[in-house]
Design a protein around this ligand. Structure first.
Ligand SMILES: Nc1ncnc2c1ncn2[C@@H]1O[C@H](COP(=O)(O)OP(=O)(O)OP(=O)(O)O)[C@@H](O)[C@H]1O
Ligand SMILES: [Mg+2]
Length: 455
């Protein structure tokens, strides 16, 4: 379908010649002899661009422009005038005109301007659609209560500007958590900037984070922007923050307090708007005791701590994770495989010191190396090698309630269940009651009667 373009001009000769040009170029022109007539057509037709004369009897072009921009903010409007002065051009652009062309109209200039206007409007419409469709759903796989709880924390903290400390073992998904928080924040239109503090030599980390000025040290041949500069308006992910030098920690703390810093060797103070997400697998409390991590930085960062659980503590997520990875590898064309129940059982008995990353790598190796379509426990055993296995995951029935009579078992189950649900909701009775479909007052009584205390 050709794009419909509206020409609003009081001079019939101009309307006709412009309409002719537009038809030749494959557009569908519509014409109006006055602003009022034009406004009416805008209401009725699906118009993609407007060519608008400035001097017209009745409502003039500048007034019409304001009205059009109020009602159709994304519609590109090109102003045409026989009496072009810089002032009117400036005024028109301020009111939202896309371009300004002068009579007598140059054929090429007019067509070029129209094409650019249509292109820009197309991009803006696409952007708006993307914004309206909202962020992608959180893709942290898992249904275990630990993961459900973590996902709730992420949803709560993501839209705020709070700094977050993400803690957890190797390969548990700390970076995935950081990415997810960023994607669900108001900063998501810009890319998150990540710095691995452990991978940068201590003497370079300050210049990496804050930038440096030419001549600040040997090798500093140019002024260089740091990661904090690059992340202005966005999120900075400080990975392995426990490996940062005390000097850098002091600077980071200052940014946290004042949102400003100086480049290495520079005296100018630079202000930025950066949200920091930090991650570590170190025991920072221990690092503080040994004098290797600043306590004040820890407390400022730890306002919103997120603990990423070890895989071994959420073994019920393993089937889902395996299915997820099998799907990913199959989409990548690596191969489509199935895991037998026995294979999954065995995977649930491995201790996973390398957590989800280890599981993902193992699934990938198995998918590539197993010749048959089904991957069995024998295949898994071969790849796991001779490692000690854990007991199979226990069912609650076996572990906690077996030795009691019905009444006591029920009392214990109620207490376990309500405590877990209350903890998920940070001890909030109303929220918990709503989540589990129980009267608030009833829940309150139960909590008292069972002597439940949320830590
Ligand atoms: N819950 C999850 N669902 C799906 N994939 C996950 C999940 N957790 C982790 N992964 C995947 O596991 C791998 C390791 O995750 P990630 O790099 O985020 O971990 P990490 O904690 O930062 O690891 P390291 O300590 O080594 O830096 C990635 O491929 C990630 O996509
Ligand atoms: Mg990581």
């Amino acid at each position: 379908m050709p794009d419909t373009i509206l020409i609003i001009d009081d001079e019939a000769a101009i309307r006709d010649s412009l309409a002719g040009i537009l038809v030749d170029e494959g557009f569908a022109p519509l014409t109006a002899g006055s602003a009022d007539e034009g406004m009416q057509l805008l209401d009725e037709k699906d118009i993609r661009l407007v060519l608008l004369d400035i001097w017209m009897p009745g409502m003039d072009g500048l007034e019409a422009l304001k009205l059009i921009k109020q009602r159709f903010p994304l519609l590109p409007v090109i102003m045409i005038s026989g009496h072009g002065t810089i002032e009117t051009a400036v005024q028109a652009t301020r009111s939202g005109a896309f371009d300004f062309i002068e009579k007598p109209l140059s054929y090429d200039k007019t067509i070029l301007s129209i094409k650019k206007g249509l292109q820009l409007a197309h991009l803006e419409r696409e952007n708006q659609l993307l914004r309206e469709s909202g962020p992608a759903p959180i893709s942290i796989t898992g249904n275990s209560s630990l993961i459900v709880h973590m996902r709730q924390q992420i949803e709560r903290v993501a839209p705020t500007d709070a700094w977050v400390l993400i803690r957890g073992g190797h390969g548990t998904g700390k970076e995935l958590v950081a990415q997810t928080i960023h994607r669900h924040s108001r900063r998501s239109r810009q890319l998150m900037v990540a710095v691995n503090c452990a991978a940068i030599p201590e003497e370079l980390i300050e210049s990496e984070l804050f930038g440096h000025v030419k001549g600040a040290f040997t090798g500093a041949t140019e002024n260089k922007k740091g990661k904090f500069d690059q992340a202005d308006g966005s999120t900075l992910f400080l990975d392995e923050i426990g490996d940062m030098s005390l000097k850098s920690q002091a600077k980071v703390l200052r940014i946290l307090q004042e949102q400003r810093f100086e480049r290495v060797g520079g005296s100018k103070t630079i202000e930025v708007d950066v949200r920091v997400l930090a991650a570590t697998n170190k025991n920072l409390e221990e690092e503080i005791e040994r004098g290797r991590f600043r306590a004040d930085l820890f407390y400022r960062l730890n306002v919103v701590p997120i603990m990423v659980p070890d895989l071994v503590d959420r073994r019920d997520d393993i089937p889902l994770l395996v299915a997820d990875f099998v799907g990913q590898f199959s989409r990548k064309g690596i191969g489509h495989k199935r895991f037998s129940t026995g294979a999954i059982d065995l995977l649930q008995r491995h201790a996973w010191p390398g957590n989800v990353r280890e599981l993902r790598n193992l699934v990938e190796r198995l998918v590539i190396m197993t010749a048959t379509e089904e991957i069995t426990d024998k295949d898994v055993a071969l790849f796991l090698g001779n490692v000690p296995l854990l007991q199979p995951p226990v069912s609650p029935m076996e572990s906690r309630y077996r030795d009691f009579d019905y009444k006591e078992a029920r009392r214990r189950f109620e207490a376990d269940y309500l405590l877990a649900k209350l903890e998920e909701n940070d001890g909030n009775i109303s929220k918990t009651a709503e989540q589990i479909g129980m009267e608030r007052s009833h829940l309150h009584k139960k909590v008292k009667a069972l002597g439940i205390v949320v830590k």
